[in-house]
Design a protein around this ligand. Structure first.
Ligand code: NDP
Length: 263
């Protein structure tokens, strides 16, 4: 029996156990995916090995800590410096980032985009900014504090804190902050959000499974919008493909994983 888990704080909201276990069951794979609440991210590697896991996902706020504890990091995760998928390979902890590609698949429905404003500067904002840039969509980052902007400055991605930001038109407004996840806060002030929404073509919140104050505000406009469900599905399919060492195609995994959303 191969064991998998998701690490986070909070982690009780995560749909990943349901999604991955449904794939295992549907494809007759002997494996089990659990939830691990972890408050100290520096313990991630030790807990992974203590639980004898074959793979894991990592959610807030441990993606950067996970990156630091891998034996090897592959693909776009090397630039992002944040890892959301861990796979054990020959005793080594290998790190990947499936959020980036998952997000790009999720925004295909918005059509052609020239630029996007990312609210937040955590691990998800890093992943999305690098993915957007690779997809020829210019990212700009807006965060409530300065502390996490160094990464974006080094990557030469335009970035601002609330103190020095001037609104401009962006084709897509993306909420990657955890505002609204377990509180009732907007990621930026209401007047600023209203102004940004009046100049954009669409909005997406990466939080899923609930109507955040951000999405509630977006819904008062006629803009196309989505929550984080499509991204969740796409990143999950890519992670499962890695967990199962490529033995099943992405389409074969996607069908049961998508079906798990209506359970
Ligand atoms: P991090 O903890 O790394 O970053 C959180 C960011 O949110 C920081 O920039 C922080 O700002 C900002 N923030 C937190 N609270 C507030 C607030 N009240 N107002 C304004 N800004 C705030 O988180 P992650 O990047 O890992 O994840 C962010 C969100 O994305 C989570 O809700 C997670 O569930 C979701 N997610 C969804 C996915 C999906 O598949 N749909 C995939 C990945 C993530 P500061 O720097 O000032 O502290």
């Amino acid at each position: 029996m191969n064991l998998f888990s998701i690490f986070g704080d909070p982690v009780s909201h995560s749909r990943s156990p349901l999604m991955h276990n449904y794939v295992f069951k549907s494809l007759n794979i002997k494996a089990c995916y659990s939830r691990t609440h972890l408050s100290d991210g520096s313990q991630l590697r030790d807990v992974f090995f203590a639980k004898a896991l074959s793979g894991a996902n990592v959610t807030i706020p441990h993606k950067e800590a996970a990156y630091a504890q891998c034996d090897e990091v592959r693909g776009i995760a090397k630039t992002i410096q944040a890892v959301n998928t861990l796979v054990l390979e020959e005793g080594k902890l290998i790190g990947y980032n499936t959020d980036a590609e998952g997000f790009m698949r999720a925004i295909e429905s918005f059509g052609t985009l020239r630029n996007a404003l990312i609210l937040g500067a955590g691990g998800t904002a890093r992943a999305l900014s690098i993915a957007l840039r690779q997809g020829a969509i210019t990212p700009t980052v807006l965060n409530r504090s300065q502390g996490r902007l160094d990464y974006f400055k080094k990557e030469e991605i335009e970035s601002y804190s609330w103190d020095n930001f001037t609104p401009a038109p962006y084709d897509l407004i993306i909420n990657t902050t955890s505002a609204g996840l377990s509180d009732d806060e907007l990621p930026i002030s209401k007047p600023l959000l209203i102004e940004l929404l009046s100049q954009t073509k669409g909005a997406i919140d990466v939080i899923y499974g609930k109507e955040t104050p951000f999405l509630r505000e977006v819904k008062t406009t006629a803009l196309p919008y989505k929550d984080g469900s499509d991204m969740l599905l796409a990143q999950g399919v890519l992670a499962s493909h890695l967990f199962l060492s490529g033995a099943f195609s992405l389409d074969t995994i996607e069908t049961p994983m998508k079906a798990s959303f209506s359970l």
